[in-house]
Design a protein around this ligand. Structure first.
Ligand SMILES: C[S@@+](CC[C@H](N)C(=O)[O-])C[C@H]1O[C@@H](n2cnc3c(N)ncnc32)[C@H](O)[C@@H]1O
Length: 291
């Protein structure tokens, strides 16, 4: 097998100068040739897409993201398949596992949590497999920020409150402090900041925001295991949430939502359904812009 980094370098060099023809041939949701990288959704098996469910039901081998994928989903939809957790496996182990199963004619699914395109490290596996001659494609899933907003019964964009959404992560082992932009997103004011991979560091992250002069009363909601049976919601502010999460003992698997949208506070009715007393109704193009 080619060294995974060399394979990634070769694939990215190729696509830097030419376009993968499949981009123009296929749309998301279409079943294609190769190994599908399926988004399992946030946890509840009901939040797996119809295409994702059909693919895992037909699979002989499902390589999944360990405890980030609800075991109920594996039991309900792929009990007959061989199930392998990817936790603790590097590309050197994963790529031959997936390749050999695919080349021996088995139906193979790579199951990521949430959506594979958000903190999923899917593309490096896909590139390494493509380099080995194994086609791959993505089947999207519901990312955990969307499950968290549904749990909170809010919108991540909310008229008059938040016009933007940031999917981000705080500094830590993988991200150095200069690349941590949490404070910048919070500073913008009309951004709902969704922190992935930050459950273990809520207190430190919030302390940094306070030290940097951000409004300590900014609302924060932490949704642990959104859509799982043991889902839990902890609400507070930049000032209070760290201690509350520490008291609850959560160190992983939570979505931290920062901003007024987390509390559904102070929004205004939208232009889309805006009261048309002046007779000026939005047309379809405006509807698309506001939907
Ligand atoms: C490696 S990332 C994977 C994200 C995933 N690809 C997605 O789209 O949700 C794992 C992080 O996603 C978040 N996460 C995943 N599932 C979650 C859930 N059910 N509820 C809340 N947060 C979740 C947590 O912040 C966790 O640290």
């Amino acid at each position: 097998m080619t060294d995974p980094q060399d394979a990634i370098d070769a694939e990215t060099a190729q696509w830097a100068t030419e376009r993968d023809p499949r981009v123009a041939e296929h749309t998301a949701g279409e079943v294609q040739e190769g190994i599908p990288f399926v988004g399992a959704g946030p946890g509840d098996p009901g939040l797996l897409t119809v295409t994702g469910k059909e693919l895992v039901e037909a699979a002989d081998l499902v390589v999944h993201a360990g405890s980030l994928v609800n075991s109920d989903l594996l039991t309900e939809y792929c009990a007959d398949a061989e199930q392998v957790s990817s936790i603790g496996k590097d590309l050197e182990e994963l790529v031959p596992l997936l390749r050999d199963a695919y080349e021996s004619g088995r139906e193979v699914v790579r199951l990521h949590s949430g959506d594979p395109a958000v903190y999923g490290a899917a593309v490096e596996q896909m590139d390494a497999l493509e380099h080995e001659g194994v086609p791959t494609y993505i089947v999207p899933g519901v990312t955990s920020a969307f499950a968290a907003s549904a749990t909170l019964r809010t919108q991540l964009t909310l008229n008059g409150v938040a016009n933007h959404v940031a999917f981000t992560r705080p500094q830590g082992k993988t991200l150095d402090p200069e690349s941590d932009h949490v404070g910048e997103f919070v500073e913008m004011g009309d951004v709902t900041t969704c922190l992935y991979l930050g459950t273990h560091a809520v207190a430190e992250t919030m302390d940094r925001l306070v030290d940097d002069g951000h409004d300590p009363d900014t609302p924060v909601a932490v949704v642990y295991h959104a859509s799982w049976p043991d889902e839990d919601v902890i609400e507070g502010t930049i000032e209070t949430i760290g201690e509350r999460v520490a008291d609850a003992g959560y160190r992983a698997s939570a979505m931290v939502v920062i901003g007024d949208a987390a509390r559904k506070a102070g929004y205004e009715r939208s232009y889309l359904y805006g009261g048309f007393a002046n007779g000026e109704r939005p047309d379809d193009s405006q509807q698309e812009a506001d939907d």
